[in-house]
Design a protein around this ligand. Structure first.
Ligand code: GAR
Length: 190
């Protein structure tokens, strides 16, 4: 039986789309649902184009979790992937999927993690602090922001004239190349 995954996102959904495309022909992994708290986010349009069912929920519904949990159970979801999902998960959800929720973070954790650290905010801070490298961290999700066990990290160098845009592109490339591989590896070990 293939393992079933749900992807949660709040934004553009480029990672969600890449994961769906990567596993489209996989006998081992099925993307069965894309979930979002942002009805108008590009991720919803991408899901439609890919023919993956979507579920839109409110912050209250996430925090209460009972109804959202039902939706995930009906689809037989084994693993949850956070791909640009910007709300904190409630303890009930984390307890329901122990070691089965994966997040991607666009920095080399533990650096540039925690509240308020997402997307461009991270890249601006990294450049401002004259870091010589940045990268991505793919990790299991626990009760604290960005502190779960790291599954994979990949680095990129920062040039002297790096801009937020060029760093965003470098990080995007790493995400596209490595996120599906990390998911595959984690699911093989379940
Ligand atoms: C990605 O760069 C992801 O690493 C980041 O949001 C972007 C989502 O892009 N996540 C975080 O910052 C989480 N703290 P996408 O919607 O195009 O996949």
């Amino acid at each position: 039986m293939p393992k079933k995954i749900a992807i949660f996102g709040s934004g553009s959904g480029s990672n969600a789309e890449n994961i769906c495309t990567y596993f489209a022909q996989s006998p081992d992994i099925d993307v069965v649902l894309i979930c979002t708290n942002k009805r108008d986010a590009l991720i919803v349009k991408r899901a439609k184009k890919l023919n993956i069912p979507t579920y839109v929920f409110t912050k209250n519904e996430l925090n209460n979790f009972a109804n959202l949990h039902k939706k995930l159970k009906v689809r037989g979801v084994d693993v949850v992937i956070l791909a640009g999902f910007l709300l904190k998960l409630p303890p009930k959800m984390i307890d329901s999927y122990p070691n089965r929720i994966i997040n991607i973070h666009p920095s080399l954790l533990p650096k540039y993690g925690g509240k308020g650290m997402y997307g461009d905010n991270i890249h601006k801070a990294v450049i401002k602090n004259k870091e010589t490298e940045s990268g991505i961290s793919i990790h299991l999700v626990n009760q604290n922001y960005d502190e779960g066990k790291i599954i994979l990290q990949e680095k990129c160098s920062i040039s002297f004239n790096e801009s937020t845009e060029t760093l965003t592109q470098k990080i995007h490339k790493l995400e596209q190349n490595y996120f599906p591989l990390a998911i595959e590896k984690m699911i093989k070990n379940l």
